[in-house]
Design a protein around this ligand. Structure first.
Ligand SMILES: Nc1ncnc2c1ncn2[C@@H]1O[C@H](COP(=O)(O)OP(=O)(O)O)[C@@H](O)[C@H]1O
Ligand SMILES: CC(=O)N[C@@H](CCC(=O)OP(=O)(O)O)C(=O)O
Length: 302
């Protein structure tokens, strides 16, 4: 006991009892796929990253099949600023030109992806970092986005550049990994189905496509807010699809929360059983959500 770090030193009987309470949840998710989207804003500190890696490693050891999809919006912003490149946004998506997509790939696939893989390794797990390009896993077409011009109230189609929409998801590689001890960590960078160009894909959209194709039991979005908030900034614990659509239409849900909620709706359509948006800044948010009755965040439901 005394060799353990202080935060792990507790009454051994209590510890054993606590571990036993996780059993029904372990049985519930045994061999099930859980897709966890780790948002760039949720990667707040080294400590949070470590707790996240421990949770994911624990899921894998418990016989669950975790698939990690990560973002990195703020980290891409920081690199673009360092390089003096301006970035603009529309409907929660980065308008991505040729120069920007190179930086996006560098930050997501090169830097963040490997950092998460390393943190999982340090937690005692084994992880492999992949992008949508690897194994031709996810191919995309150019995303066409319609927005309503606030001045004229007229709908217009905007060109976001090299922003992709997942079209084909090939799950072979992930199925092989599910049978192994290796945890996939996926960066949302993909090749265009028609042109072979590199595309920037919103990490939420990517996670939804993966969860749908794998028939995941759970899709968790770890972000930097407690969940979907109402006009008074109060947490909404359960949100129906119709309510969510109305909140997007009236602007209560905006920015990066739009692709998240839209992905939740699509994931439900594709048969994912439980879709939750929760606060990734709470240490061990994944275990808290899956292994306790403490269900935090916003559950999106039909
Ligand atoms: N109704 C809402 N409830 C909660 N967050 C919202 C809402 N509308 C907009 N947001 C914004 O969405 C952000 C989360 O999306 P995003 O920044 O893309 O996070 P992530 O990096 O986790 O994907 C929040 O930090 C918040 O600023
Ligand atoms: C098209 C688009 O917007 N792509 C995102 C990809 C990263 C991402 O989604 O990161 P978060 O999950 O941290 O927001 C971007 O360029 O920022």
């Amino acid at each position: 006991m005394t060799d353990l770090p202080i935060e792990h030193r507790t009454d051994p009987v209590l510890t054993a009892q606590l571990i036993a309470t996780a059993l029904p949840y372990m049985l519930r998710y045994d061999e099930k796929t859980v897709v966890v989207k780790f948002g760039g804003n949720a990667m707040g500190s080294e400590e949070l990253g470590k707790a996240f890696a421990e949770d994911i490693t624990l899921l894998k050891l418990a016989g669950i099949n975790p698939v990690v999809v990560h973002g990195g919006g703020p980290q891409i912003n920081a690199m673009l600023t360092r390089l003096g490149i301006k970035s603009e946004w529309a409907a929660g998506m980065r308008i991505t030109d040729k120069q920007t997509v190179e930086i996006v790939e560098m930050v997501l696939a090169g830097s963040i992806n490997k950092e998460i893989v390393q943190t999982i390794t340090e937690a005692g797990g084994r992880a492999i970092g992949l992008t949508g390009k690897d194994g031709n896993m996810v191919t995309v077409t150019r995303l066409k986005r319609t927005v309503v011009d606030p001045d004229s109230n007229i709908e217009k189609v905007i060109d976001l550049g090299f922003v992709g929409e997942p079209k084909t998801v090939r799950t072979e590689v992930l199925e092989v990994l599910a049978k192994s001890e290796i945890i996939p960590v996926l960066a949302p960078v993909c090749a265009g189905e028609d042109d072979g160009e590199t595309y920037n894909v919103n990490a939420d959209t990517f996670a939804g496509a993966i969860a749908g194709a794998l028939g995941a039991s759970r899709l968790l979005f770890l972000t930097d807010v407690p969940g979907v908030l109402d006009r008074n900034k109060q947490l909404i614990k359960e949100l129906t699809v119709a309510e969510a659509k109305a909140m997007i239409a009236d602007g209560t849900i905006s920015g990066g929360m739009i692709p998240k909620v839209e992905t939740c709706i699509e994931a439900l359509d594709r048969g994912v059983e439980g879709v939750v948006i929760l606060d990734g800044k709470t240490p061990h948010a994944v275990l808290l959500e899956l292994f306790t009755e403490h269900g935090a965040g916003t559950l999106i439901k039909r």
